[in-house]
Write a protein of this length. Structure first.
Length: 354
């Protein structure tokens, strides 16, 4: 199928993907979940205040259509989301069960579909630019036929399958999942797929405790309650380097959950804000130094101070030159010019080799 998600973004923008439609607001019901359902917009506002970005410099996310979602999801699963009580169970907001489904579609599922579209778009951007950040997404508990843990669409699986099917030269992916919870959705989806290497570091005692899905993890880092910065960062550094050395990937999908933050009611770990910023730096450095394109999604993180930490992390990556030092010019057609330059360089080096 043709998808709008892979169309070139307009000129002058960074590979940072967002839409105001990401944010979930209706009649205060979103306050019944410990989740800050407006965190994505807050991240963008902090980045604007720091003059890193402006509205016309970010890529506007588009909603994933049913046709896009069917690249991974079963029709049966998508039909199930037409029942409000199913969505209430997945999002863990019980009163949603009593809302008419057209309200649930517009106020809960549309934001999640738009974030999912954003992850798919960011996958293509990462390959084109070397990096991309979707300010939302990271719904790592959802697989092709089952949602849960606030995750209704399998955006990580979708982004990878889209790349495998539509982008030449992308046939191997590494998922680095550093959310506090085990990423059982993508693990179930890629269980027997040798093209996908999964590293997952998580609190071993909390949701989802999916023993079957753990069989898909190539590098399992099971953490104890209350793990702190020093031990955590050392493990992340060792295993990220190990993962990228062990498996030659064409894309890294980095699930950068901030629910590892000290005091998170669901994560049970004790990482400081500085520790989170450092963690993201470790992952970006490892991927960028090997010239592997990296796609980052923001995933879980349930406290009010989370948005500021994500923004600080992006500012840090930029300050260190890990996001490409200059504003990425994305003038219309520039990627095709880049491609021509790359191709002619390749031709030239092939000639030199002959």
């Amino acid at each position: 199928h043709r998808t709008e998600l892979y169309e070139e973004p307009p000129s002058g923008c960074w590979p940072i993907v967002y839409s105001p439609d990401y944010n979930i607001t209706f009649m205060g019901l979103e306050k019944l979940h410990p989740f800050d359902a407006g965190k994505w917009g807050k991240v963008i506002n902090f980045l604007k205040e720091e003059k890193l970005i402006a509205d016309d410099l970010i890529v506007q996310a588009r909603e994933a259509t049913d046709e896009d979602l069917l690249v991974v999801h079963t029709r049966r699963y998508l039909n199930k989301l037409k029942w409000s009580f199913v969505v209430a169970t997945i999002t863990e907001i019980p009163p949603v069960a009593f809302l008419p489904n057209f309200v649930v579609q517009r106020k809960v599922l549309k934001p999640l579909r738009t974030q999912t579209g954003g992850t798919i778009m960011a996958g293509k951007l990462a390959v084109d630019r070397g990096w991309a950040i979707n300010v939302g997404g990271g719904f790592h508990h959802c697989s092709s036929d089952k949602g849960g843990g606030f995750c209704a669409y399998a955006d990580i699986t979708l982004a990878i399958k889209f790349l495998f099917e539509r982008v030449q030269g992308v046939s191997r992916a590494t998922i680095i999942d550093l959310d506090a919870h085990q990423g059982n959705g993508h693990e179930r989806d890629f269980m027997d797929d040798p093209r996908v290497y999964i590293m997952d570091a998580y609190n071993r005692y909390i949701y989802p405790g999916d023993g079957f899905a753990k069989r898909a993890i190539k590098r399992k880092v099971e953490l104890e309650w209350g793990t702190e910065d020093t031990e955590y960062l050392q493990k992340v550094q060792t295993h990220v380097e190990g993962a990228l050395n062990e498996f030659k990937a064409d894309i890294v999908v980095y699930n950068a959950g901030t629910d590892i933050l000290d005091g998170d009611p669901l994560g049970g770990l004790a990482i400081s804000p500085q520790g989170i910023v450092k963690r993201d730096e470790v992952v970006f450095r490892a991927a960028r130094s090997r010239r592997i394109p990296i796609l980052m999604v923001t995933s879980g993180g349930y406290q009010k101070r989370t948005a500021r930490i994500i923004a600080d992390s992006i500012l840090n990556l930029h300050g260190l030159g890990l996001l490409g030092k200059e504003r990425a010019a994305c003038a219309v057609g520039s990627s095709s010019v880049d491609q021509m330059i790359r191709d002619s360089a390749k031709d030239f080096s092939n000639l030199a080799l002959q």
